[in-house]
Design a protein around this ligand. Structure first.
Ligand code: SPD
Length: 295
């Protein structure tokens, strides 16, 4: 950072780079899998503390809720009783925090266990240290966090085990590359219970349309998900200001585009800052150049 700025340069978005002015580096070390950096951004801006992996922004204090709320609620609100949830990746704990809102005590809020498997224990440790408001769910007794390979974990898991599986990965160029492949998803479908729903980190329609098209085709035609839809998420600190998620259902009678149990009836809608039932439905409405993805 010779000029005091972090620049998010990558071959995955060549010729462009988001920049954040760095105030203080809190952690900057290689782990066995990737390079992990945590820094405080310039307090003149709103972004707060930032985590990057291999030079790609994973989240900032200011907008992390967008992605975490969407991955958790797009899947959980479309399942009638999502008791058992698996999170692959997501070692920062942001998705877990949002999933746990569905633990609740209302008759329709029924998450009973959340298992997280992340390959990099340093991400969990540094998140607990620098982002306690994100990692807070790890202290919940219904959460089990395992440091391990998500690919091997789903391979070894029993058939028909999970109601919802959320795959919160880094970009496909690093240790997460296999989490974008057909072999991994064969096991994901196998370990889903009937009626199960999966959503994942689905990259950017501005930058990665070939990857998105390829994956949506193999998830449906080769793996056999009954429904595969792309939901668009507006988030300023991911490349091009957006990211998406593939929301996939095991059964043909699951409609992932409209919440079955609207969050407004679950008792915690007011603590959310991005997700609502209207945002859920709107996320599946894509711009004309990408509308074919959801036809
Ligand atoms: N281009 C970066 C995509 C990062 C997605 N994963 C974020 C992890 C947040 N829990």
């Amino acid at each position: 950072l010779p000029d005091g700025w972090f620049r998010e340069e990558s071959t995955m978005w060549p010729g462009q780079a988001q920049g954040l002015k760095v105030d203080k580096v809190l952690y900057d070390e290689p782990t066995p899998f990737q390079h992990l950096t945590v820094f405080e951004s310039d307090p003149a801006g709103p972004w707060g503390t930032v985590m990057t992996l291999d030079g790609a922004i994973q989240f900032t204090d200011y907008d992390e809720f967008v992605y975490h709320e969407m991955l958790a609620n797009l899947s959980l609100t479309c399942h009638p009783h999502p008791e058992r949830v698996l999170v692959i990746g997501g070692g920062d704990g942001g998705v877990v925090r949002e999933v746990l809102r569905h633990q609740g005590d209302g008759a329709s809020s029924v998450v009973r266990s959340v298992e997280l498997v992340d390959i990099d224990g340093a991400v969990i440790e540094q998140s607990k240290k620098h982002f306690p408001q994100i990692a807070c769910g790890f202290a919940n007794p219904c959460v089990t966090a395992t440091v391990g390979d998500g690919v091997a974990f789903v391979k070894g898991a029993a058939d028909n085990t999970y109601d919802v599986i959320i795959i919160d990965t880094t970009d496909p160029a690093g240790p997460a590359s296999e989490l974008f492949g057909a072999d991994f998803y064969k096991n994901v479908l196998r370990i889903l219970r009937p009626g199960g729903i999966v959503c994942n980190q689905g990259e950017s329609i501005w930058l990665h349309r070939p990857l998105i098209e390829t994956m949506m085709a193999f998830l449906k035609d080769e793996i056999g998900f009954a429904t595969v839809k792309y939901a668009l998420i507006y988030i300023p600190t991911y490349p091009c200001g957006s990211i998406g998620t593939f929301v996939c259902a095991k059964s043909a009678d699951t409609d992932v585009t409209v919440p079955l149990r609207p969050v407004e009836s679950l008792g915690f809608a007011d603590v959310l800052k991005y997700y609502s039932s209207d945002m859920h439905k709107a996320a599946f409405v894509l711009p004309r150049f990408a509308a074919h993805l959801n036809k």
